[in-house]
Design a protein around this ligand. Sequence first.
Ligand code: CP
Ligand code: NVA
Length: 334
Amino acid sequence: MISWNPRLKGRHLRTLGDFSDEEMMQLIDLAIALKARKDAGVRGNLLLRRNIALIFEKSSTRTRNSCVVAAQDEGGNAQFLGGHDTHFGHKESVKDSARVLGRLYDGILFRGFRQQTVEDLARYSGVPVWNGLTDESHPTQILADLMTLKQAFGDIRGKRLVYVGDGRNNVANSLMIGCAKAGVDFVNCTPKELLPDASLVSKAAQIAAKNGSSVAVESDPAVAVRGANALYTDVWVSMGEEAKAAERIALLRPYQVNMALCRATGNLGGELVFLHCLPAFHDAQTEVSKDTGALEVSDDVFESSFSKVFDEAENRMHTIKALFVSAIGDPAAS
Ligand code: CP
Ligand code: NVA
């Protein structure tokens, strides 16, 4: 029998700040329980007759398909609304579309550019709204990351996670807050040109202090990674920033996560874990990396035994399912 905190009913996920630290960890535990149930071959009805709209302004493999499978696994329906498929944001304001879609759907997941769009959907739709990535944040990703760390380490409090790369992107921002909320020591390793917003760092540091952990920013990769239990990186050029590709590659080359950097943790051959939200440029097999080769992570690290990137990708589905179930699921269904 799957159960969850009834206080999670109807809740938005605009940023991780929408949940208390304890509630965030409860969502991860719910995802772990839902995964165990699926692995045991049980299909449930927790989302029976629930309809979820998926509004996507940007591309997606993991988030989009996680939503579809999560809903279907529990008897629900997720409808993909991409780019110019609807009038959303073009011929109709976000406010008006929100009020229409809120009449039809039980929840809305949005991926796109502006954080304000998530805020407006939450304000006007009357249904739970989940942020599936904006320019500023990527909170559903971080739930999967913390779940993956929990699978690897059991207790994650006091573990040290070092994020290496573009220090001010959506993943780095949400990861900093998520680690602070989970009591994980967080280091953002990035050049001075890509520092995270100072007010976000200070907010994360305050949350971390409450949980007995810390937040730090360090520009020297060899110094930053010392003692790391987990290394995390993301693409150097996020969606919508393609014009900055050459500049970013030049700036971030010294920040590639490769075996030398993994060795500098002192934990290679021990309990080191590598994470990446994906998609990743780890070889020359993509349109983007065919001329550059590996960028943010070397192929040997990506393919190593301590790389948990595909567990992490799978966990996107379990954690998104936990969000859907806790917000709009039927607690009386099995
Ligand atoms: N990590 C992630 O959000 O992947 P997608 O862009 O494929 O959804
Ligand atoms: N920072 C990346 C994350 C992709 C999941 C981007 O926004 O493109």
